[in-house]
Design a protein around this ligand. Structure first.
Ligand SMILES: Cc1cc2nc3c(=O)[nH]c(=O)nc-3n(C[C@H](O)[C@H](O)[C@H](O)COP(=O)(O)OP(=O)(O)OC[C@H]3O[C@@H](n4cnc5c(N)ncnc54)[C@H](O)[C@@H]3O)c2cc1C
Ligand code: SF4
Length: 349
């Protein structure tokens, strides 16, 4: 029996799992398809994370260093698993670059894909330069300046549209992405910090700043930063004769149509299943749930099991999750993989 654990994906989930396994003296082979480790917060250049307030590059940088400094972890960047043979206790993975790795168990931390706003064309993304996404605004915050892409001016009025690519049955995305309300309240405050004269509006269906995020983000953004919340059903984003963007919506509290001009419109994009999931399902022989995220085997006595024995799955590969939860999933999967491999080894002895 081989007690190396193969981990696929080096985002918060995979990095946490790798650190957990190495901490009990077991070997890890970590496979990442990109040439950079750290997952979405690094690849999409997030600014300060909620709820810690720490810069993403520092937080994920620490997680990456903890893993790359550990001699028990071998990192394979810029490649994927092309084929997996064998079974629990004795898998052999063949990588796209031809290398072969033997491992007893597999952990999938393959994460999610950001919703592509092009799939919501009536809300202006791809048509108007000044319609952007939350990840683009994260990058502006990281660079220290909020500006309209069309001409570089500082916007007088910004509007953040929530639930773009989430809770939208028309485009087959029924799920709530969990984190985008909180991220948007935080971004709205960061915009005000960088540009105090800019007015920031948030258009929402419901506000889901879950758990402890309510007062820190939702209430604080209104009471200290005067962010304006509009409960609305958005119809479309167009452009007026003065080139400003017009957000047309129905104010669902007073039940009246409203049209307000903005300089910058921000889509709070949701978390889609990883576009690679059909391929991952084929290579690893695991099932997908109805939306396209990776499916769980059983919830309570075999947590983080996929539908195939010896392959565990956690973090945002299972559905939208925040980083704290992904880190916990990673550790829990490390515990499961090491525990299950030890049990088999003891039985065989
Ligand atoms: C706009 C936005 C802002 C956010 N801000 C915050 C925040 O402030 N705080 C917070 O807690 N959460 C935030 N989140 C959520 C956060 O991004 C996720 O919780 C986190 O990135 C999930 O980690 P993960 O490791 O599961 O997946 P990912 O971060 O997606 O990492 C998966 C890794 O696996 C790799 N991979 C994928 N497929 C393969 C494959 N086939 N082979 C090999 N490698 C593969 C990817 O390249 C990636 O490196 C935000 C989300 C969005 C959309
Ligand atoms: S967290 Fe908020 S913005 Fe994101 S999908 Fe859920 S309700 Fe919509």
């Amino acid at each position: 029996m081989n007690d190396t654990v193969l981990i696929v994906g080096a985002g918060p989930t995979g990095l946490s799992a790798a650190a957990g396994i190495a901490s009990v003296g077991r070997k890890v082979a970590l496979i990442e398809k990109e040439n950079v480790l750290g997952g979405a917060p690094i690849l999409s250049r997030y600014a300060k994370l909620v709820p810690s307030g720490e810069w993403a590059k520092d937080a994920l940088g620490r997680m990456v260093k903890r893993v790359t400094d550990n001699p028990l972890v071998t990192v394979h960047k810029g490649t994927r698993v092309a084929r997996l043979d064998g079974e629990f206790g004795g898998f052999t993975a063949t990588l796209a670059d031809g290398q072969s790795i033997n491992a007893g168990a597999v952990i999938l931390g393959t994460g999610f894909t950001h919703f592509d706003s092009i799939n919501k064309p009536e809300w202006g993304f791809g048509t108007y330069e000044d319609v952007v996404t939350t990840t683009q605004v994260e990058q502006m915050v990281g660079a220290g300046k909020i500006a309209c892409p069309s001409d570089g001016r500082v916007p007088q009025r910004v509007c953040i549209l929530l639930c773009v690519g989430s809770r939208d049955r028309q485009i087959g995305r029924e799920w709530c992405s969990k984190i985008c309300c909180t991220v948007s309240c935080n971004l709205a405050m960061e915009i005000k910090e960088l540009s105090p004269k800019t007015d920031v509006y948030i258009y929402y269906m419901d506000i889901r700043t879950f758990g402890l995020y309510e007062d820190k983000y939702y209430w604080r953004s209104q009471e200290e930063f005067h962010i304006k919340y509009v409960k609305a059903r958005i119809a479309e984003v167009t452009q007026g004769p003065d080139q400003r963007l017009l957000v047309k919506a129905e104010d669902t509290l007073v039940k009246r149509p409203i049209v307000i001009p903005f300089d910058l419109v921000v889509h709070a994009i949701g978390m889609d299943p990883n576009l690679d999931n059909p391929e991952i399902a084929k290579v690893f022989g695991v099932g997908l749930e109805k939306h396209g995220f990776i499916d769980r085997g059983e919830h309570y006595t075999s947590s983080f099991a996929s539908t195939r024995r010896g392959i565990y799955v956690g973090g945002s590969a299972l559905g939208p999750e925040d980083i704290d939860t992904c880190v916990s999933h990673g550790l829990a999967m490390a515990m499961r993989a090491v525990g299950d491999l030890s049990a088999v080894a003891q039985k065989a002895a």
